[in-house]
Design a protein around this ligand. Structure first.
Ligand code: ADP
Ligand code: ADP
Ligand code: MG
Length: 460
């Protein structure tokens, strides 16, 4: 097993990985930017090294600086967390070249899955259903328009390098195709320094259903069930739950088998997520594979009793998974809310500010993963996620009620947050029924923001 592991990340996920390390008797080593001197992952660390100025490009995305620290500190492994370098194939390769174990799949697997157009082609060959769309990428707007006509409107223009909902445009009107194509391409250039584009048919009002995968170097691949992540805003997840309320046992089994087949076709090792959209007729289609630990992994941990980060580290050290698919038993129901320092009343503008007061919920079945504390100032340079609130209960209804009361206990004074909005969603009839689709936020955001105190009582 590893002796020292460098955590190339910040915030709640850096702490999450450090906890797994300590339980495995591995010494965690933190890195931080100049903006993060007071951050919790630094405050709680026995070893922490400054790797550069506030902009992520010069710190958390600075692979050279991170590798220099790893070598100087005698680390034998690096965990990238999510975001930042976590899906950077070149960085994974550099770790391997330096003889440092990268906690994630092989560099070439990250590269293939990181090009979403190439990943689609691989999945087609493996017999995993993909959304009807272009064969590989499209060269320009003109070619794209011809393909769009063939697959039929509405279509979705997507960036091959895309992530976090960026570089995507929905097109309903053929006359607007070229304009929206150029818009999406410009966004992809700006965000990912890449302009390869591809097309998919736009599945109308789908559910976002994903499967958690674990694969070891001995060839064992298991899935740990599904997550329904259909509560999204602009392609970014807001609330996730497991198991999804819209899957029959039979469909869940077929989708899980497809996810395992996808991981096998990719030569996958470590933890990963296979994402699908599910349409109203029950057809499902692969959209992408995320080759890293996912933000929403705790809900899977709560229903499966598997510590995903611990397994990631063990698998990276060459150890076999200690269980097979038959040993996986999903128990009860879990819901996650992503708590962001942002103002839903001001178009979700980030609200970096000092945390003047903090009260964290507790009690049975409640888990809070966070990197904030009272007196801490949320920096403006990074993602606005400040905490994840995860609840577990034996049934969906009990989990829903537990989630409501935990959100009521959560008090964050200082920055604007989305806590009230999350709480209101827990009272929306569609959320209560569990049949919501990815259109939920587009359709109901304004209505929910307009609610007064009485509406929740009516819906409860
Ligand atoms: P998940 O399914 O884990 O929620 P997301 O796509 O929301 O995945 O991304 C997880 C985290 O990584 C978020 O904090 C998001 O802002 C960040 N992220 C995702 N893609 C990128 C990217 N290409 N560049 C920078 N950050 C990204
Ligand atoms: P990212 O890499 O940004 O996470 P995804 O390909 O996972 O991009 O798409 C982000 C979200 O957009 C999905 O969760 C889903 O809600 C929606 N989406 C993606 N592809 C389609 C599609 N073909 N039809 C309808 N919705 C889609
Ligand atoms: Mg995605």
């Amino acid at each position: 097993m590893f002796k020292r592991l460098l955590i190339a990340n910040r915030g709640e996920i850096a702490l999450r990985v450090a906890r797994a390390c300590r339980e495995l008797d591995i010494d965690p080593v933190m890195v931080y930017s100049e903006a993060d001197r007071d951050a919790l992952h630094v405050q709680l660390a026995a070893h922490a090294y400054c790797i550069g100025p506030a902009p992520a490009q010069q710190s958390y995305l600075n692979g050279d600086a991170i590798l220099t620290v790893a070598k100087a500190a005698g680390c034998d492994a690096i965990h990238p967390g999510y975001g930042f370098l976590s899906e950077n194939a070149a960085f994974a390769q550099e770790c391997a070249d330096e003889g440092i174990a990268y906690v994630g799949p092989a560099a070439h697997v990250i590269a293939t899955m990181g090009n979403k157009a190439a990943a689609r082609e691989m999945m087609k060959r493996a017999g995993v259903p993909v959304v009807p769309g272009s064969d590989g990428s499209v060269a320009n707007a003109h070619e794209g328009a011809l393909v769009a006509k063939e697959i039929g409107y509405p279509v979705l223009i997507k960036a091959a390098a895309g992530g976090g909902g960026r570089g995507m445009r929905r097109v309903y009107d053929p006359d607007r195709f070229e304009e929206l194509f150029e818009e999406a391409r410009a966004e992809s250039r700006a965000c990912f320094n890449d302009d390869e584009m591809y097309l998919e048919k736009l599945i109308v009002n789908p559910h976002h259903i994903e499967f958690q995968i674990l694969a070891d170097s001995q060839g064992t691949i298991v899935h740990l069930g599904d997550r329904d992540c259909s509560i999204q805003r602009r392609g970014q997840k807001m609330i996730e739950e497991t198991p999804s309320h819209v899957l029959s046992d039979e469909l869940r089994e077929r989708m899980g088998a497809a996810a395992v087949a996808a991981a096998r076709a990719a030569g996958y090792q470590n933890a990963g997520t296979v994402e699908f959209v599910l349409d109203h007729t029950g057809e499902f289609y692969f959209i992408e594979m995320n080759t890293r630990i996912q933000v929403e992994h705790p809900i899977t941990e709560m229903v499966s009793d598997v510590d995903l980060v611990r397994e990631q580290i063990r698998v990276a050290a060459g150890l076999p998974l200690g269980f097979t698919q038959e040993d996986v038993h999903i128990k009860g129901h879990a819901i996650e809310c992503r708590v962001n320092a942002e103002d839903p009343m001001c178009n979700f503008a980030p609200s970096p500010a000092r945390i003047d007061f903090l009260h964290v919920p507790g009690g049975m079945g409640v888990r809070v993963d966070t990197g904030i504390y009272q007196g801490y100032t949320v920096p403006a340079q990074y993602d606005s996620l400040i905490a994840k609130l995860d609840v577990w209960a034996p049934t969906r209804l009990e989990a829903l009620r537990r989630c409501r009361r935990a959100l009521e206990e959560l008090i964050v004074e200082g920055p604007a947050t989305n806590i009230d909005l999350l709480h209101q969603v827990m009272y929306h009839p569609q959320f209560i029924h569990g049949t919501y689709t990815t259109s939920f936020m587009d359709e109901h955001l304004q209505e929910i923001l307009d609610w007064n105190g009485e509406q929740k009582k009516v819906n409860a």
